[in-house]
Design a protein around this ligand. Structure first.
Ligand code: HEM
Ligand SMILES: [Cu+2]
Length: 494
């Protein structure tokens, strides 16, 4: 059987002049492998999440040390796997425009898997449970719950994952510069600033360039703090300023997780037009928005340090102002263009197009509670409540992960085969239950229920049970996506 590029092309081929660029086939087997690993790991980590939520609800009992292990694995795992799934989307489409190295793509996967083995061993064998943010000095101060061996294994594991991604971004940077002459040209600066009338680079190249530029320093800074923590673990006399450590950690964490959105949204730019028959061009606002977001996203991270009164006041003010503006330009041009692309296009609502469309809605809606939390006066009350997981589950679960599930259906769409009823039902279940699951987190946060607590008090458990029920439905829908994707990969042989 042949993989038909975008299933929607059939529906639109009569009345559209738009033909998607040919896909380069080299490396697509590796992309499918990335995506299959992403699917399986997402399912597993969602089950961890369900277990945590059920335990908070008192439906099952997970001992606290196990809970914090699960929390650590779920957090670091979800961040890393969104990165891997996003990298698959970015690589797949970017390779249409520039010449990427398949060897580097494989090397990243090898580093990733080696890192995952060390991290899982650290957590489930060594008992490491300091949270995915490995915030200094907790990794080295476990009060005997885990040993320095477990901490070292965790830190080295995360470091290996970082090295892999660093190689990948060095390669995308190299390839982009080779094809477009410079990063500035790949960002479309000549067109954005009216210096050139020529065709600007396609959205995929613009987004990939931004991710390359912001993630290389993010990973490098992450490596610095991981290494410092590693030395501190092995030689406790070697210390670092805790405030500096937190700044470094959250610079890395904030930029990396945001990049997962910026990589995954490339799937929307490339796939949605094949359903609507309207190409997605880099308009001037689009180019300016991506540059604006690129500059702001690296400076907004102090919104994670509002409670750290020792941090400079100007940093908090910057954090609040940029929280309002940082992600907004890209989100706004993407959301508006999505609506314009879909509106009256006669688009076929397949599982792929529905998930991609829903992802833009989920991302847009999720930004609202995020901005609320980015306000100092509110953060003072909401910090460390379930409001925080509420907002990020909304745009990660319904934004990033919905984009990636949409990409999985796109990748394996087969000519003449229509979506099964169960997949269609799963889209509804995923969107509705996922949204409800996140809203219950927000509601609990509004009641000041703390986040990251293994054991909840009885008055919180009503909402917890509701949250666990919606989590169950969300995970069930996700399992449908995953099983269905893996079956299609098997039948079409990747
Ligand atoms: C249905 C699926 C999911 C369920 C049931 C779930 C459940 C949970 C629960 C119960 C927590 C702990 C909340 C607390 O008490 O602080 C949590 C934290 C978290 N989740 Fe999820 N989650 C799901 C999907 C996701 C996805 C898709 C992502 C990212 C792509 C994600 C990323 C995270 C992160 C980063 C944390 C914070 C960990 C920490 O506080 O250290 N989750 N999740
Ligand atoms: Cu942030």
């Amino acid at each position: 059987m042949t993989i038909l590029e975008p299933s929607g092309v059939r529906a639109r081929e009569l009345d559209t002049a738009y033909v998607p660029p040919p896909a380069s086939v080299r490396g697509h087997g590796v992309v499918t492998l990335y995506t299959a690993i992403t699917a399986i790991v997402l399912a597993l980590l969602m089950l961890f999440g369900l277990a945590m939520r059920a335990s908070q609800a008192g439906v099952i009992t997970i001992p606290p040390n196990r809970f914090y292990e699960l929390l650590t694995a779920h957090g670091i795992g979800m961040v890393a796997i969104s990165g891997l799934g996003g990298a698959a989307v970015m690589w797949y489409f970017l390779s249409r425009y520039v010449s990427l190295s398949r060897g580097i793509l494989l090397a990243n996967l090898a580093f990733f898997l080696a890192g995952v083995v060390l991290v899982l061993g650290a957590i489930f064998v060594g008992g490491f449970a300091a949270g995915w943010t490995f915030l200094f000095p907790l990794p080295a101060r476990s009060l005997g719950v885990w040993g320095p061996g477990a901490t070292s294994s965790y830190l080295v594991g995360v470091l290996l994952v970082g090295v892999g991604f660093l190689l990948l971004y060095l390669d995308t940077g190299r390839a982009i510069i080779r094809s477009y002459g410079s990063l500035g040209k790949a960002l479309g600066w000549p067109q954005a600033f009216g210096k050139s009338e020529s065709e600007p680079p396609p959205p995929t190249v613009v987004a990939s360039t931004v991710v390359t530029i912001i993630n290389i320093p993010a990973i490098a800074i992450g490596a610095v703090i991981l290494t410092i923590s590693l030395i501190n673990t092995l030689a406790p006399d070697f210390r670092v300023n805790a405030l500096l450590a937190k700044n470094l950690t959250y610079f890395f964490g904030h930029v990396f997780i945001n990049s997962t959105i910026y990589m995954s949204v490339i799937g929307v730019y490339e796939v949605l037009p094949t359903f609507t028959g309207r190409p997605w061009k880099s308009s001037r606002p689009f180019l300016l928005a991506w540059t604006a977001t690129m500059l702001m996203v690296v400076a907004v991270y102090p919104h994670h340090l509002f409670m750290d009164y020792a941090n400079p006041r100007w940093a908090s003010v910057l954090g609040q102002i940029l929280s309002y503006t940082s992600g907004l330009p890209v989100l706004a041009v993407t959301a508006v263009a999505t609506m314009a692309n879909v509106y009256r296009s006669g688009m076929k609502w397949s599982v792929t197009s529905s998930l991609l469309f829903a992802s833009i809605v989920g991302w847009s809606v999720g930004v609202i509670p995020a901005i609320v939390d980015g306000t100092i006066a509110i953060n003072r009350v909401m910090h460390n409540t379930l409001w925080v997981p509420g907002h990020f589950h909304m745009y990660l679960l319904l934004g990033v992960v919905a984009m990636q599930f949409g990409f999985m259906y796109f990748l394996t769409s087969v000519k003449g085969v229509v979506d099964a009823a169960i997949d269609r039902a799963a889209v509804w279940a995923y969107v509705v239950a996922g949204m409800a699951f996140a809203i219950v987190f927000l509601a609990s946060g509004a009641m000041s229920v703390p986040r990251r607590w293994a054991v909840h008090l009885a008055p919180w458990m009503g909402l917890d049970r509701l949250g666990a029920a919606f989590a169950l439905l969300t995970v069930a829908a996700a399992l449908v996506f995953v099983v269905s994707f893996l079956r299609r990969v098997r039948t079409i042989g990747g």
